[in-house]
Design a binder for this molecule. Structure first.
Ligand code: AQP
Length: 327
């Protein structure tokens, strides 16, 4: 089977709908056709300050949400980044393969460092660790949202640079960025991506939101001028975002949905979408809560995942260490 790898940071109690549609739903789809490795990025999380108790809790909660959303530990290797030491070990070598200029040009670094008073060195070297997360497993394909495109491009460049300098070592992976769902927008500000660090929690749908707050957020979503329900991300970003969400939660095409709502009002669309979201996300929330009742079992799944990931990652790491001349 071709291999795939991806991760999500453990930076909040609940993943948001952007993570779910842009990443997690893809993870679930690819576990059928790929040798799949999915990790909880707790090392990336500390590039900005984290409370240790929260980080521990969020790591388990993220794992629970992976499984509740449909990842099957029998099919996918699910693990925690810090439990596989090859990640930071390869990261060091890749940091030494990356130029300061390249790292400094990353949009995520520029955005996040502008928001922080204390800018950690880790925030700058974040993409080298991400390249290590990926290249250790020699995947053909990496499913991510649009915001990770630039980091994936850097990963490819680093793999090519290393291969050129030291001989064929890494598979150069392709980013799998879905055209329609790779960027879910903030419901209150459809010009910005839905994100964990938003000023308005009304703009972000959390996977673990209850029915009442889901409904409230969808009903108060910002829509656009005019009345027509049409998919036009330039002219109608708010309605188009709702249509994208509708389409991914139902598996129906946007065209089909637009045809159904011809002549109807924005309110109809929101009313139905709220019901759909409640129906789709309630089972994920319930299953997450169930899984969190047995933390020892979750930890066992993660330990087994780490052991399996470690085996593969160590082989790549040994090869790299040998090639750079570490004795
Ligand atoms: N809005 C989004 N639409 C589609 N995909 C998204 N992803 C994130 N936001 C959207 C994808 O989810 C995966 C994991 O992302 P991450 O762990 O890097 O964290 P994040 O959710 O991207 O972090 P936030 O929400 O953006 O938090 P802050 O505000 O702290 O930066 C990735 O594949 C990502 O593309």
């Amino acid at each position: 089977l071709p291999r795939t790898v991806s991760g999500i940071q453990a930076t909040s109690d609940s993943l948001h709908l952007g993570n779910y549609i842009g990443a997690l739903q893809q993870f679930v789809a690819h576990q059928e056709s790929h040798d799949a490795f999915y990790f909880i990025a707790n090392m990336h999380a500390i590039t900005v300050e984290q409370d240790p108790t929260d980080l521990r809790e969020r790591t388990l909660r993220t794992a629970a949400q992976f499984i509740a959303a449909g990842l099957d530990p029998e099919k996918s290797t699910i693990f925690v980044q810090s439990q596989v030491p090859a990640h930071p070990k390869l990261s060091w070598v890749l940091e030494c393969t990356t130029s300061m200029g390249e790292a400094g040009r990353m949009t995520q670094f520029k955005d996040k460092s502008a928001k922080q008073e204390h800018v950690s060195l880790g925030l700058l070297t974040y993409p080298a660790l991400m390249a290590a997360d990926i290249l250790l497993y020699n995947p053909q394909m990496v499913p991510v949202g649009e915001d990770q495109r630039q980091h994936l491009e850097l990963t490819r460049n680093l793999a090519e640079r290393f291969n050129y300098r030291f001989g064929e070592t890494f598979v150069v992976p392709d980013a799998q960025i879905m055209k329609t769902t790779a960027k879910i927008y903030d419901l209150q500000n459809p010009g910005a991506k839905m994100s964990k660090s938003l000023p308005s929690p009304l703009g972000r749908i959390d996977l673990l939101d209850d029915a009442k707050s889901l409904t409230k957020k969808i009903k108060s979503a910002v829509t656009d001028d005019g009345k027509e329900i049409a998919f036009d991300p330039e002219a109608k970003p708010g309605v188009s975002n709702l249509l994208t969400i509708y389409s991914s939660l139902t598996g129906r095409s946007v065209d089909d949905i637009v045809a159904e709502y011809e002549g109807k009002m924005y309110g109809h669309l929101k009313f139905d979408l709220a019901e759909i979201a409640v129906g789709a996300l309630a089972p994920v929330r319930e299953r997450t809560n169930e899984l969190l009742q047995d933390r020892a079992q979750l930890q066992r799944i993660l330990d087994a995942g780490a052991a399996k990931a470690d085996e593969i990652a160590e082989v790549t790491l040994r090869d790299v260490y040998d090639k750079v001349g570490f004795i």
